[in-house]
Design a protein around this ligand. Structure first.
Ligand SMILES: Cc1ncc(COP(=O)(O)O)c(C=O)c1O
Length: 382
């Protein structure tokens, strides 16, 4: 057994982040300002996105996008049951109705065939979630959106950087929402980024900061004017420069961190291949961001169940997680919508056997060996 606990996904912070944050603290400007603008520019450039708006979470980005598109009571938003609760929480926040669909068995992404069945006269948005960093089948989703004149808002919390065919997730004109939460591929502790067309982002910038026509940096900086107008009841979702400072340093090492992720994935795919597991896939037409490495136990070939497996790894000092508890099974949604499990056969089958093992650039080669060894032992195949 390892001497020390292997955390599931610690951030990779070094002197560069510390120096950038100190620079921000010493500069006299700590909230939204020059570092945010720089972070937005470097993020948009990396993804060849039409523009980017830094916010304080992906949840904030999703909420802002729905609000700016005017989604509200009477509207339906189609998304997946295999996601984090905030994807669906924001639909409730704008007063719209979430419509959940089942997933594809290989990628665990929303199944476009199920989306097609779920489209109604009231559908306003399709909200794909690129699960674990693997892009959804965007051609099929875009074709439905065009046919039925429905908007797309992408939950790209896991997918920095990921590519679908020749396009980066975030490169298209429709809104895409990224997360910089502590466990994500790039972190600002808490944070998010919204990409989309310049016209959309202009409205989103206003909506995300009290509905004010001018932000504080423009008002308080030299030459700024005290005057502003409130043009709508907005949110308080802006990213402070202290967080953007971390983001700038993290952007500079994103490629290095992704290279390390891919090297670890290659080892897992090779060293776990002979076990009674379903391993994650990367379809030919995509580049996954490899945010997570969710494995599924072939329960009919094993005497251990998912929880026993997690306990075994915890006993070996290895942290794991489960992505995700299907949304429709949470008490709030069960009570409100009474969605039956039988509407989500793929998600329910996956959930029963699903465990996410550590995948992050801080893992050493020895850490990866420890994970592989513990997985083999738990499955009785050491
Ligand atoms: C799929 C998905 N969407 C949205 C979020 C919310 O991100 P944030 O914590 O930045 O609001 C998460 C967070 O883990 C997530 O996994």
């Amino acid at each position: 057994m390892r001497d020390s606990f292997l955390p599931f996904s610690p951030p990779l912070i070094d002197d560069d982040e510390i120096q950038e944050v100190v620079d921000s603290l010493r500069s006299g400007w700590i909230t939204t300002g020059p570092k945010c603008r720089q972070f937005e520019e470097s993020f948009a450039a990396r993804l060849e996105a039409p523009g980017a708006l830094a916010l304080n979470s992906c949840t904030a980005a999703l909420h802002t996008a729905l609000a700016v598109l005017g989604v509200g009571p009477g509207d339906e938003v189609i998304t997946t049951t295999m996601t984090f609760c905030s994807t669906v929480g924001v639909i409730e926040h704008v007063g719209a109705t979430p419509v959940l669909v089942d997933i594809e068995p290989d990628t665990l992404n929303m199944d476009p065939a199920r989306v097609a069945e779920a489209v109604s006269e009231r559908t306003k948005v399709i909200l794909p979630v690129h699960y674990a960093g693997h892009p959804c089948d965007m051609d099929a989703i875009r074709s439905l959106a065009v046919t039925h004149e429905i908007a797309i808002i992408e939950d790209a919390a896991h997918s920095l950087p990921a590519k679908y065919k020749d396009t980066w997730i975030g490169q298209a004109d429709n809104p895409a929402c990224f997360s910089f939460y502590a466990t994500k591929n790039l972190t600002t502790a808490e944070g998010g980024m919204l990409t989309g067309s310049p016209e959309f982002l202009e409205k989103a910038r206003v909506a995300s900061l009290h509905g004010m026509s001018r932000d504080a940096w423009k008002r308080y900086d030299k030459g700024g004017s005290w005057y502003y107008e409130v043009v709508m009841p907005g949110f308080k979702y802006n990213m402070p420069d202290i967080m953007a400072a971390m983001g700038l340093a993290q952007m500079r090492k994103l490629e290095r961190m992704q290279e390390r992720r891919r090297a670890i994935v290659a080892r897992y795919l090779e060293e776990l291949a002979d076990l009674p597991l379903i391993l994650p896939v990367e379809r030919d037409e995509v580049e996954s961001a490899w945010h997570l490495f969710p494995i599924r136990l072939k329960l009919d070939e094993l005497s251990i169940d998912r929880n026993g497996f997690i306990d075994h790894l915890a006993g070996q000092n290895i942290g794991t997680s489960v992505h995700f508890i299907p949304i429709h099974t949470h008490p709030y949604f069960r009570t409100k919508y009474n969605w039956p499990d039988s509407d989500f056969p793929q998600a329910m089958a996956a959930y029963e056997s699903l465990v996410t093992i550590p995948l992050n650039p801080s893992l050493s080669d020895d850490d990866v060996t420890d994970v592989v060894t513990a997985v083999r032992q738990a499955l009785g195949r050491s």
